[in-house]
Design a binder for this molecule. Sequence first.
Ligand code: GRF
Length: 217
Amino acid sequence: MKSIVILVSGRGSNMEAIVRAAIPNLRIAAVISNRPHAQGLAFAASHGISTAVVDHTAYPDRTRFDAALAAAIDLHQPDLVVLAGFMRVLTDDFVRHYTGRLINIHPSLLPAFPGLHTHRRALEAGVRVHGATVHFVTPTLDCGPIIVQAVVPVRPDDDEARLAARVLEQEHRIYPQAVRWFVDGRVAIGADGRVAIANAHQAAAGWSVPPLEEVSG
Ligand code: GRF
C-alpha cells in the first residue's frame, strides 16, 4: 500500500481524476489547498478524504508558508506528493525535502512552454502539436525529469479554451497513469537523470533503478 497527498489550488479536476481512477493499493491520505475556497476541497471531503488548508496569505513569506505546508503534508507521511493545479512556486528547500517523491502536471509538452498561459503561447507560436507533461519536481520550475507526456493536435480554428479542454482531457488520463506506475513501483530516475518506466513483469520481480538500456516496454 502506498499513500499520497494531493495539493490543489482551485478546480481540482486532476485530483478528481486520480480519485476516480480508484488505483489499487493507493491510499489518498489527504488533499491540501493553499486556498480555503478551492473547489477541489469539497469534492475530496465528499469522497471521505481528509482535507486541510494552509492559507498562503496568512504567512509573511514563502519560506514560512512552505514550512507550514510541509508540516501539514508530513503529518501523513506520504510516499508521494502530487501537485494538481497547485499554483504556488515552491522554495528550493521544500522541493529538496521531497526529492524523488514530488510530481507535477504541466499543461504543455515540456521543455516547451514552462510557466503560465501555455495554451495561449502555443497558439501564438503556431505549434502543430501541444499537450501535457507529468514530471518530477526539481528546484528549476517546470524542468524536472519527465514521467509521461500526452500529445494533442492544434487545429487551425482553435482558441485558448478549446485547446485547453483538449489538453485537459489528456491530463486526466496521464496523471492517474503516472500515479499508478508509481504505486506499482515502476518509476525510477536513472543515473542519467531520466525517468525509466519498468514493465509490469520487471516491477513484479522487484525491479529497482536498472540501467536505462535494460528497460523495455
Ligand atoms: C491543469 O491544467 C494543470 O495542468 C495545471 O493547472 C491546471 C489545474 O486544473 N497545472 P485542475 O485544478 O486540476 O482542474
